[in-house]
Ligand binder design. Structure first.
Ligand code: FMN
Length: 137
């Protein structure tokens, strides 16, 4: 996506991204850390969502694949909270992912699979509560 500049007209790609996010019940963010920060391309994508009222209250879980990475998760919390997302703490996990490991490798570890399933369940519950709140308004 092009660098976020509110003054340029929104093109199809940014609009499609906004629609996709707005239509989600919840977001699961798993983002690497680059030079002690959020990778620029990912931050740019988030910047395109700033000001979209439909993002307010969006339940978000942060899944961190590296215990070494502490700066990007803290920055993601700050940025997403500023954007009025709701960080669902019980759905956030840090799991050490070995380089080159795939989904099957992760799920082969019962403790890891259990932790991810529990975290996912908590995110789904937060999404359900949000949907009920929205319907009740
Ligand atoms: C440009 C660059 C900068 C990185 N900086 C950090 C860093 O500051 N802290 C960290 O824990 N990992 C850092 N990493 C490692 C990444 O967070 C990630 O663990 C690694 O790229 C493996 O992820 P992948 O398998 O998705 O590529 C960096 C990687 C790249 C490519």
């Amino acid at each position: 996506m092009p660098g976020c500049r509110p003054s340029i007209p929104t093109r199809r790609r940014q609009a499609a991204f906004r629609e996709k996010v707005a239509g989600a019940s919840a977001l699961l963010v798993s983002c690497p850390e680059y030079a002690h920060g959020i990778p620029g391309a990912f931050k740019n994508a988030l910047d395109w969502l700033v000001g979209d009222g439909r993002f307010a209250g969006m339940p978000v879980a942060l899944w961190n694949g590296s215990p070494r990475s502490v700066h990007a998760p803290a920055q993601l919390r700050e940025v997403l909270s500023t954007m009025a997302a709701r960080i669902v703490d019980p759905a956030c996990v840090t799991i050490p992912v070995q380089s080159g490991a795939g989904v099957a490798d992760l799920l082969a570890n019962r403790a890891v699979a259990g932790e991810l399933a529990a975290a996912l369940g908590r995110l789904v519950e937060a999404a359900r509560v949000r949907a009920e709140d929205t319907a009740g308004r």
